[in-house]
Design a protein around this ligand. Structure first.
Ligand SMILES: Cc1cc2nc3c(=O)[nH]c(=O)nc-3n(C[C@H](O)[C@H](O)[C@H](O)COP(=O)(O)O)c2cc1C
Length: 207
């Protein structure tokens, strides 16, 4: 059995139609790499679920899950909310739009109440097609995740030029570079997640 239930939030819903010759979402490459890496961890293992705005298709926020009477939110929203509530750790995979958090990601995160995120850690994986690797969005995600109650661990994984760094299947050009960067962040995330899980189990949630 996996040690941790880990939910990966995907930050891009970009989906330029193929008929316009548009490139597929760059983030799919990064997402594939992150999920494979999580699933291959051995000291601490992960049961990984991805919440992807392109698959979930939640509306621009009308009512978050917690605005509905118990059990009466749309089924896909109830199911996603249950996953977030049952998670032990979160990984946010996000590009940077206008030096900021992509709207698809904040919209997705806003659908679930703070109690679902509380006393659990998060880890940031940002990327861009340029040279800064989405770090400005990453710093804003620190503020957002701390308000949600799932503070991010100090190490982050920031991937510049992601279209060159990974092929479409998420296979890296330079595996050692990303193993070190993502692996370092996951070492912290796992430590924090296990510590918080043990303490939640021992004493419950803060009053
Ligand atoms: C609305 C928008 C804003 C963007 N702003 C930035 C930016 O501030 N910094 C940056 O490095 N790249 C920016 N980009 C370029 C993205 O890095 C690039 O489009 C990348 O493919 C986005 O990831 P995605 O394809 O997974 O959505 C922006 C792209 C879009 C669509």
């Amino acid at each position: 059995m996996a040690n941790l239930r880990t939910v990966v939030f995907m930050g891009s819903a970009r989906n330029r139609p193929a008929r316009f010759g548009g490139p597929a979402r760059l983030g799919t490459r990064v997402l594939r790499y992150v999920v494979r890496t999580l699933e291959a961890r051995t000291e601490t293992t992960h049961e990984v679920t991805v919440l992807d705005p392109l698959e979930l298709r939640l509306p621009i926020l009308e009512a978050p899950q917690f605005y509905y009477p118990p059990g009466e939110a749309p089924p896909e929203l109830e199911a996603a909310s249950a996953l977030v509530g049952a998670a032990d750790a979160f990984v946010l995979v996000s590009p940077e739009y206008n030096h900021s958090i992509p709207p698809a990601l904040s919209n997705l995160l806003d659908h679930f109440g703070g109690s679902k995120y509380a006393c659990k850690p998060s880890g940031l994986v940002t990327y861009s097609n340029g040279q800064w690797g989405g770090v400005r969005a990453g710093m804003q995600l620190r503020a957002l995740t701390s308000e949600l109650g799932c503070l991010s661990v100090s190490r982050t994984c920031a991937i510049p030029n992601a279209g060159e760094a990974f092929d479409e299947e998420g296979v890296p050009q330079d595996p050692a570079r990303w193993e070190k960067m993502l692996g370092g962040m996951l070492n912290q995330l796992e430590w924090m997640a296990m510590a918080m899980k043990n303490h939640r189990d021992a004493v419950g949630m803060p009053k």
